[in-house]
Write a protein that binds this ligand. Structure first.
Ligand code: ASP
Length: 437
């Protein structure tokens, strides 16, 4: 058994948090490779080290002298080192960082120092090896991630180290400059290390006890999801629910490694396990999660005998393609076909789309419904249980919510309902109350 553990910024924001992390890591000998983020916020008004580094770098570049924020950054790290009573001196590192800032080593270099320094502290505190991500995580010249080279070099390197800390968020370009992933990218590093180590599990420690069935800003105190499949997660995160960086899923999903989302501040909570496949039902509920997004438009074309007309659908979609638009859903009836597009995609293109649709498909009518919110009810369990869709529709009807559109994915993994933007929150609460026991 081998686990790769990634800790987010709030898990490593202070000496006190570091202590929690160490007790988690050291409690389980299989937690062999640790990927830290930079120190995050200690409280709501606090600033993340990563943001301080960006600010410091920009101010330094502008003025040609080191920004005062540099001292604040040093101070944050010193207070962690002192709080842990560590015999560690980062003065030399800070000197190099200062000179590099003055020499304009780049924004990415600047931001990456948050993880680099935190990794050094954590390695020392745990008694683990420190592996600089710049030696094992590679990018191509065009800025894309070089997955294969990274996997080759990193897996070799890990063979020589039983216990190591590898800082998250950055790697190196072919010309030796530092490059970072997008914000929140330590999740990606964790997944890359898990793949290279052929880990049995990728633990992602954060400050929530896993994914919630619904957005806690909408539903009061929602239950958390115990097990979710990658496909369900993709459906939900596409519809706006995320705790994890999207790109972080790919390397581990491909390798069939489960991700376990855990809470550093409540390590005994079960968290959420993300797996490729499971026969296990999600708790006692048929559904796994509910998520949604506002601001869609539904274009509905009606034409008598549409069912017999060959190529109608192709012509409709051709109009979208020509105008460089993607669509979300395509519900259809015998003589109607609707296409659901996000308002963002449609912006500024509405007139041309309508006129081309009229020209190419000669419909009897086109109707446009705006301000539609889409809600996805997702659950692998729905396939084997009758009446889930009926319950969703009944619950909405009973609560006086008008359903503007229905679509069920062909995998029977989700039911999508469209409601007025104004009914969005109420709909989610209603569905949750009906289906989550
Ligand atoms: N520290 C980086 C950020 O704030 C990366 C991470 O935390 O995952 O985006």
């Amino acid at each position: 058994m081998l686990k790769v553990t990634k800790f987010g910024g709030s898990s490593l924001a202070s000496a006190e948090q570091f202590k929690k992390v160490a007790s988690i890591v050291l409690a389980d000998k299989t937690r062999r490779y640790v990927v830290p983020s930079a120190p995050g916020k200690r409280h709501k008004q606090d600033t993340k080290i990563t943001d301080m580094l960006y600010q410091c770098y920009e101010e330094t570049a502008k003025k040609g002298e080191i920004s005062p924020v540099f001292e604040d950054i040093k101070e944050r790290y010193s207070s962690i080192i002192e709080g842990l009573e560590l015999d560690l001196d980062l003065e030399k590192d800070f000197e190099i960082i200062k000179l590099s800032f003055l020499a304009r080593a780049g924004r990415d270099y600047a931001a990456s120092r948050g993880e680099y320094l935190n990794g050094k502290i954590l390695a020392k505190y745990l008694g683990f090896d420190f592996i600089d991500a710049a030696e094992v995580i590679f990018f191509n010249n065009d800025g894309s991630f070089d997955a294969e080279k990274t996997n080759d070099v990193l897996s070799e390197r890990l063979k020589n180290s039983d216990y190591a800390v590898i800082p998250g968020f950055y790697g190196v370009m072919p010309n030796d400059t530092i490059k970072t992933f997008s914000r929140g990218g330590s999740d990606i590093t964790g997944a890359i290390v898990a793949r290279a180590a052929s880990a049995d599990e990728y633990e992602n420690w954060t400050d929530v006890s896993g994914f919630m069935i619904a957005d806690p800003r909408i539903v009061d105190n929602p239950k958390s999801i115990d097990v979710i499949t990658y496909r369900e997660l993709r459906e939900l995160s596409y519809m706006g629910a995320t705790v994890l960086h999207e790109d972080a899923i790919f390397p581990v999903k491909k390798a069939g490694i489960p991700i376990h989302i855990k809470n550093t501040n409540a390590p005994d909570d079960e968290g959420t396990l993300i797996v490729t496949h499971t026969d296990k039902k999600s708790s006692s509920n048929v559904i796994t999660g509910i998520a949604g997004k506002k601001d869609f438009t539904v274009l509905t074309l009606e034409k008598d005998m549409m069912n017999e007309e060959k190529g109608f659908g192709r012509r409709l979609l051709q109009v979208l393609e020509r105008n460089d638009m993607s669509f979300e859903h395509l519900p259809s009836g015998i003589d109607t076909m609707s296409v659901v597009v996000s308002d963002k995609e449609l912006e500024g293109k509405e007139d041309i789309i309508i006129s081309e649709l009229l020209q190419l498909t000669s419909p009897d009518s086109i109707s446009i419904e705006k301000n539609i919110a889409l809600i996805a009810v997702v659950g692998r369990g729905m396939k084997n249980v009758k009446g889930t869709a009926a319950s969703v529709f009944m619950a909405l009807a009973e609560n006086d919510i008008n359903i503007r559109m229905i679509d069920q994915g062909s995998s029977e993994l989700n039911i999508i309902v469209g409601v007025d933007n104004a009914d969005f929150e109420k709909s989610i609460r209603t569905i949750y109350a009906k289906l989550v026991k």
